[in-house]
Design a binder for this molecule. Structure first.
Ligand code: F6P
Length: 357
């Protein structure tokens, strides 16, 4: 049996642990198994590139950040566009066959899973492993990479809070998460911030500023606001994404953070600063939870391959690992429920969400 592995989309901690676990399981349990790595995600498959992944190649990578296979973003919407030599999809299918693969493992986010479902429909044996720091993939309770990002972001928020306290400032800290606010929500709660702004709950600048003015008047000497990069003003919520991008580009911004900070400084009179955590949340060694989760998901994906169960993606359900049909979850997102317990309890202990409640 010949297996291919690729990592696609934004990287995160835990990818190498998944790769290691898949390889170790297959080499130890499948007779004559051969495993190839496909570099740079679907880009390597489009170009027909691969290299042998031997057991010794995955030794010592469990705790290593990033992906030894490298990754790239290949937009799903370009997969079936006619190009010289055929569409990207047709090139991937041809190369899957030319490589003599019996199974392809695709480690990636929602977009990666959409393309994986396409390959599966075209007859390739595909098994997905859901990956993202955003934890926004439908059908699984948690994705590997998320917990490490929460640890990193919470530590950063704690550190920024000490300087906010020293300077009696309002600090806006921007976290990753374009479509879903899980990372900002969980890290914000864990760090005890005063306000959390996420894409799923469009916020009113008036409400944000009046809440902050109340804090200043009540003598709260500093305030911490966690802002997801995908957070939107209530006045923007009706815009399409392109329109929002255009309006912000006119201000020379891509997110609301800087604009909101200016408004807050103006209306509260408090010293206000911003800090963008950016790629810190994607880099570095996986936390212990993610090392275990990644190893478990990789081993389970390998077991599904050994059993000949293709066209699926592994998932976490409670304390168990399971799988979903790729067709059922491809391209679907798991967003924060504004009426869910996490948001409701946070509001109950006094964390504001900018929506007036
Ligand atoms: O999808 C994960 C993610 O980190 C998002 O949170 C973030 O908006 C995006 O990737 C950044 O993409 P890129 O790495 O292409 O800049």
């Amino acid at each position: 049996m010949r297996y291919g592995i690729l990592t696609s989309g934004g990287d995160c901690a835990g990818l190498n642990a998944v790769i290691r676990s898949i390889c170790l399981y297959l080499y130890r349990n499948v007779k004559n198994a051969e495993i190839v790595g496909i570099p740079e995600g679907y880009g390597g498959l489009i170009r027909g590139e691969s290299f042998l992944l031997r057991p010794e190649d995955v030794e010592g990578i469990l705790a290593q950040g990033g992906t030894i296979l490298k990754t790239s973003r290949q937009p799903y919407k370009k997969m079936t566009v006619p190009e010289e030599g055929g569409s990207r999809l047709s090139k991937m299918i041809a190369n899957y066959r030319k490589m003599g693969l019996d199974c392809l493992f695709t480690l990636g986010g929602a977009g990666t899973h959409k393309t994986a479902a396409l390959l599966s429909m075209e007859g390739c044996n595909v098994i997905g492993v859901p990956k993202t720091i955003d934890n926004d993939i439908f059908g699984t309770d948690v994705t590997f990479g998320f917990q490490t990002a929460v640890e990193v972001a919470t530590d950063a928020l704690d550190r920024i809070a000490t300087t906010a306290r020293s300077h009696s400032r309002i600090m806006l800290v921007e976290l990753m998460g374009n479509k879903a606010g899980w990372l900002t929500l969980y890290s914000g709660i864990a760090a005890g911030v005063d306000m959390i702004l996420i894409p799923e709950i469009p916020f009113s600048p008036d409400d944000v500023c009046s809440r902050l003015c109340e804090r200043v008047r009540a003598g709260n000497r500093f305030t911490m606001v966690a802002v997801a990069e995908g957070a939107v003003l209530d006045t923007e919520a009706k815009f399409k994404k392109d329109e929002r991008v255009f309006v912000r580009a006119e201000r020379g911004e891509s997110t609301v953070t800087a604009h909101l900070a200016e408004l807050i400084a103006e209306r509260t009179g408090a010293e206000t600063r911003t800090s963008v955590l950016g790629y810190l949340q994607r880099g570095g060694t996986p936390c212990a939870y993610d090392r275990l989760l990644s190893s478990r998901l990789g081993g389970y994906a390998a077991m599904l391959a050994e059993a000949g169960k293709f066209g699926v993606t592994v998932a976490v359900s409670g304390n168990s690992v399971t799988y979903n049909a790729l067709a059922d979850i491809a391209g679907r997102y798991k967003l924060v429920d504004p009426n869910g317990d996490a948001v409701q309890f946070a509001k109950g202990i006094g964390i504001a969400f900018g929506d007036g409640t």
